[in-house]
Design a binder for this molecule. Structure first.
Ligand code: SF4
Ligand code: MG
Length: 336
């Protein structure tokens, strides 16, 4: 089976409490019905503005948070059904890289200890054998044996992220969830860390869920890209298709926000500007959630929530792509 991760109907609602008795008065619908798969050794990019629910989705895949509804299967196992012991063993195979390499390393622990701990826990390595394995991991991520006894404060941001990657690789995972792994780093070293992740993905055949607000960053590393908006995936497809022939107006809008000149997308550059902020996930707009900002919005969009329409290599949730009797007006071709 090529499927490593299968997410179905995933929801995560956070209660909002208010008043003297802390009653639940509302629900933040951070993730509100998400389906996707990650194949073995594949990189799936997950893109969207902040507040779209992508980090929550990434954490739910590892069950670092408990979903409100839906299921997550990892290598055929329903991880939401696992008890804590079984979850701990399974989680060794699914590791996470966080945005902030400063806060995700223990400032009191040497590199040998941070990277060595999972080697002790999962592979039973101690002493010299553990240090040798740590050095091997350090070399994999572009650091050296001389870094073994150093502390996090002695490293740059990029080097700390390399240490985090080495630690994540220690249990030989099948999946790495990378949540904005380069957003906190200097622009000059972002590409190095992305290239490192790509090399690792190829060398070890690890699947990546690569979360970013930046479609240009995701494009280069991803096989497929899923675009999230207000707790839903609105488009999913092969990376090149999503980047050069986006099917969803929101994807088009994200592309037109990319500042780097790119002849392929230039054609669309000036066409869509997002008005206003992303609406509150406390009360997503009815119908299509994007209709309040969509330049193509039709009457149907204000009332009917568009289903995900399967298309070559993925799908799109937008009434412009509705098939069958065209009760709702225009098709994309007419808009072009
Ligand atoms: Fe725009 Fe309507 Fe498509 Fe939503 S369904 S993205 S409002 S055209
Ligand atoms: Mg986030």
């Amino acid at each position: 089976d090529e499927t490593l991760v299968k997410v179905q109907g995933l929801q995560k609602h956070f209660p909002v409490r208010s008043g003297l008795f802390g009653r639940v008065t509302a629900q933040v619908r951070a993730v509100d019905g998400v389906d996707f798969e990650i194949h073995r050794g594949e990189t799936l990019g997950l893109v969207g503005e902040s507040g779209s629910g992508k980090s929550t989705t990434g954490r739910a895949v590892l069950r670092l948070i408990e979903p409100s509804a839906g299921s997550v299967h990892f290598d055929g196992v329903d991880i939401l059904s696992l008890d804590s012991g079984a979850l701990r063993r399974t989680r060794a195979r699914m590791q996470m890289i966080f945005q902030d390499p400063y806060s995700s390393l223990d400032p009191q622990a040497t590199v040998a200890d941070s990277v060595g701990e999972p080697l002790r826990v999962h592979r039973g390595l101690r002493g010299r054998a553990r240090d040798d394995a740590v050095v091997e991991l350090l070399e994999t991520v572009g650091l050296q044996a001389r870094h073994l006894r150093r502390f996090p404060y002695e490293f740059s941001g990029g080097q700390r992220q390399r240490i985090c990657i080495a630690r994540a690789l220690a249990p030989s995972p099948d999946l790495l969830v990378c949540d904005e792994p380069v957003s906190a780093l200097d622009v000059s070293i972002q590409a190095q860390v992305i290239n490192l992740l790509e090399d690792i993905q190829q060398e070890f055949g690890i699947a990546l869920l690569f979360i970013s607000h930046d479609l240009a960053v995701v494009r280069h590393i991803s096989d497929r890209i899923a675009v999230m908006y207000l707790g839903r995936i609105v488009e999913i497809g092969e990376a090149e298709q999503v980047y050069t022939q986006p099917r969803h107006p929101y994807t088009e809008a994200l592309l037109s926000a990319i500042p780097v000149p790119d002849p392929v997308v230039q054609r669309r550059r000036d066409r869509i500007v997002l008005d206003g902020d992303i609406p509150s996930p406390l009360a997503p707009p009815p119908g299509c959630r994007f209709h309040t900002r969509c330049p193509y919005a039709m009457d149907v969009c204000r009332e009917v929530d568009p289903p995900m329409i399967p298309m070559a290599g993925g799908g799109v949730a937008c009434h412009l792509h509705d098939r069958g009797p065209r009760l709702h007006g225009r098709s994309v071709l007419e808009i072009e």
